[in-house]
Design a protein around this ligand. Structure first.
Ligand SMILES: [Fe+2]
Length: 287
């Protein structure tokens, strides 16, 4: 069992690094951590960075998860290789670019590129947002799956994720006490389906709803509340049609609740995604 400690960052290719960077700061409200010729890293919390846009194919997405030790990274490499996955150790220069001590990379059964990292850098400076979006940190991703039950088996069998709830066949997976850090949504192709940042309060969600509309950013879903995690949410469109989400108030499943928790099954209908009645303009949420 490969123990995932936390979700760490997302890396996204872009054909227009300047425009993607402008979006990440001016619209999303992230802070530039590092800017180089071919990539920009962004902060959303106390960590070195949690998002990277690099010059490349906009379909090229990688999500990273943290493991606790160098030994666990070695064990993960062996376990993945033994299970038949093509896994490679990151080069020193690549680890440096990612601001981690070391990492391995592989593809999940649907073909999603995943980094497992050890000793990612924390920042000595506090997060200083580019705009007052109320962001408290990068929290979860939606990941596309070509076969949800199969991939649920991968993430909960070989990896340490647990199912918190399901909407249709789509599992919402936790790796710590937060209701979900990964959600697997059926799709025709692999990749990151959405990227979530937590914001402080419902006021930040509602402020974003008006500010983003004033700036001409297309709202895709919400404001609403997920009946699964209890989070109040807003989904909107980003560069190359990536979907970004702000949410607040996500349910925690504490260590005491862990043993007794049973995943609930919600049908694949709009009210399973929003208890207030908002309808998603997001194909993967319409199953
Ligand atoms: Fe989400």
């Amino acid at each position: 069992m490969i123990h995932l400690h936390d979700i760490r960052y997302v890396r996204l290719g872009t054909t227009d690094l300047a425009a993607a960077s402008r979006y990440a700061t001016d619209v999303l409200g992230l802070e530039v951590a590092h800017r180089s010729e071919h990539a920009v890293h962004f902060r959303s919390d106390g960590r070195d960075h949690t998002l990277c846009y690099f010059e490349g194919d906009p379909r090229d997405h990688t999500a990273a998860f943290e493991v606790d030790s160098s030994a666990e990274l070695d064990q993960a490499l062996e376990a993945l290789a033994a299970a038949g996955y093509e896994v490679r150790r990151g080069r020193a220069d690549e680890a440096e670019q990612r601001h981690v001590a070391e990492f391995i990379n592989f593809r999940d059964p649907s073909g999603n590129s995943i980094d497992l990292v050890h000793a990612p850098h924390h920042s000595g400076r506090r997060f200083f947002p580019s705009r007052d979006a109320g962001i408290t940190g990068f929290s979860h991703i939606g990941l596309r799956t070509l076969d949800a039950p199969r991939d649920e088996g991968f993430w909960t069998g070989l990896m340490s994720a647990r199912v918190s709830d399901r909407i249709g066949v789509a599992p919402l997976l936790r790796i710590d006490e937060v209701h979900h850090k990964i959600a697997l949504f059926p799709s025709a192709f692999a990749g990151v389906q959405h990227i979530n940042h937590q914001v402080e309060t419902i006021d930040d969600v509602m402020r974003a709803y008006y500010i983003l509309q004033e700036r001409g950013v297309r709202i895709l879903f919400g404001p609403g509340r997920h009946p699964t995690s209890g989070a109040v949410f807003l989904y909107f469109v980003g560069p190359h049609d990536m979907i970004y989400e702000y949410s607040t108030g996500v349910r925690l499943i504490s260590a005491q609740e862990e043993a007794g928790h049973r995943p609930r099954s919600f049908p694949a209908i709009p009210s399973s995604f929003c208890m207030w009645g908002s309808k998603p303009d997001i194909p993967e949420f319409r199953n």
